[in-house]
Design a protein around this ligand. Structure first.
Ligand code: NAD
Ligand code: UDP
Length: 338
């Protein structure tokens, strides 16, 4: 079985490529390196000892994308490629709709043309918006308050319409909670461009000395310590969830939506404490006001994925902290110096 992985050199795509290769799938990676480095390809090969084809192509390039389908006997696509910075999406919505929504349309059109109609798509818990109470279930009403979230919601709608128009499509929409951690080899991990937006890469950059201190956004939320609560999930568990979703789209006609989370919420202060316990490194922080658009609490009800996909996150918060730190300490500047 040959699987096209769009955005395959990104954070989640690279970890999923490793799991796919370990499971014996053929992998074809596609990325335009807008938010990742070609070195990731060497690292994936080193970890798995397996070879595979990779293409430096923009998803919006219809012609070159078509060639990938001509040159490879593809069975399914796992689609990660997209932009993901919420703040940037507010400042530049067209860039986000163009890349995420139009990119997905070009991909689906090409998949249709070559009769490859099995797709696993990266959505996000951000589509639950601010009005639903955790634990979040897949049937809740969706809403968003930024163009990034809206692009995910629109793509979910497009994929549903596609399935209802042509029942040959098999689609699995995965709503990720907060992926952190890294492959246990320390060879691949999250490598944000510039100042990290997300909490864990900020913590590891403070730990490694790239940044002086963490700023905590809000300590007046209605939570046990006033800081925001999230459902952190190890990226390798998340990657394994993709294999389960893929197995399902390969055999069953479906349009499914699954939460991929642990079902456990940790506050910002909890995460700092667990990181300090796991690594022995102190994380200095300052308290500041809330970040606009943030919800107080967000965690999954992961039962649907457990029942239907037979998938459950296995790694705990210490595994997540330890593996995030192993990656950062072995690669203080990410892939940049390579
Ligand atoms: P990432 O930025 O590390 O990976 C995305 C990859 O897609 C990058 O390598 C980038 O170069 C590539 N890409 C972007 N636009 C492209 C295009 N037009 N053509 C080809 N390649 C393109 O992000 P990630 O954290 O691995 O996220 C993967 C997916 O999961 C994204 O769609 C993201 O929105 C979604 N997601 C991520 C998170 C998270 O916290 N990391 C949470 C929920 C959902
Ligand atoms: N956060 C923080 N400081 C940072 C980055 C994040 O206090 O530098 C908080 C943020 O307000 C939220 C939690 O950490 O409560 C997780 O934020 P992240 O951006 O990682 O995930 P998201 O909010 O997108 O779920």
């Amino acid at each position: 079985m040959n699987i096209l992985v769009t955005g395959g050199t990104g954070y989640i795509g690279s970890h999923t490529a490793v799991e796919l290769l370990n499971e014996g799938y053929g992998v074809i990676l596609l990325d335009n390196f807008s938010n990742s480095k070609p070195e990731v390809i060497n690292r994936i090969k080193r970890i798995t000892g397996k070879d595979f084809r990779s293409y430096n192509i923009d998803l919006l390039d219809k012609k070159r994308l078509g060639k990938v389908f001509e040159e490879n006997q593809l069975d399914a696509v796992i689609h990660f490629a997209g932009f993901k910075a919420v703040g940037e999406s507010v400042a530049n919505p067209i860039k986000y709709y163009q890349n995420n929504v139009v990119g997905t349309l070009v991909l689906c059109e090409t998949m249709s043309r070559y009769s490859v109609k099995k797709l696993v798509f990266s959505s996000s818990a951000t589509v639950y918006g601010t009005d639903n109470n955790s634990p979040l279930t897949e049937d809740m009403t969706l809403s968003t308050n930024n163009p990034y979230g809206s692009s995910k919601m629109i793509i979910e709608m497009i994929l549903r319409d596609l399935y209802y128009s042509d029942r040959e499509w098999r689609v699995s929409i995965l709503r990720y909670f907060n992926p952190i951690g890294a492959h246990e080899s320390g060879l691949i991990g999250e490598d944000p461009n510039g100042e990290p937006n997300n909490l864990m890469p900020y913590i590891t950059q403070v730990a490694v000395g790239t940044r002086n201190k963490l700023t905590i956004f809000g300590n007046d939320y209605p939570t046990h310590d006033g800081t925001g609560i999230r459902d952190y999930i190890h990226v390798v568990d998340l990657a394994k969830g993709h294999i389960k979703a893929l197995e399902r789209v390969l055999v069953e006609p479906c349009i499914d939506v699954f939460n991929l989370g642990t079902g456990i919420g940790y506050s910002v202060l909890d995460l700092i404490r667990h990181f300090e316990e796991s690594t022995g490194i102190k994380i200095p922080f300052v308290l500041s006001g809330r970040r606009p658009g943030d919800v107080a609490v967000c965690y999954a009800n992961p039962e649907k994925a457990a029942k239907t996909l037979n998938w459950k996150a296995e790694k705990d918060i210490h595994d997540m902290c330890r593996d995030s730190w192993r990656w950062q300490s072995k690669n203080p500047d990410g892939y940049k110096l390579v």
